[in-house]
Design a protein around this ligand. Sequence first.
Ligand SMILES: [Zn+2]
Length: 95
Amino acid sequence: MTLSSIFAMPEFADHLGLDAVVAFTDGEMGLTAFQRAAAHIAKCSQCAHEVDEQTMVRSQLRSAPCPAIPTGLLDSLKSIPVALPLRDPGISTGP
Ligand SMILES: [Zn+2]
């Protein structure tokens, strides 16, 4: 690697991953990670755009009405037994 190629490289090699974009938007990053991400976003229009989109989606989801559960589905779920039937004592599982 030559000196001129080092200066031609961008300051960051990788963009923020989806998990980092979501964590940044949700405010769930540690301070150091948040500062690094914010510094990257300030210089990277691609990641800034992804954070903007994630912020918009987050806002739309939080303002959306709660979906209703179809009554047929709810009845089906209630009919599922919550406990397994007792074992048949006549069946041996050991040696
Ligand atoms: Zn980026």
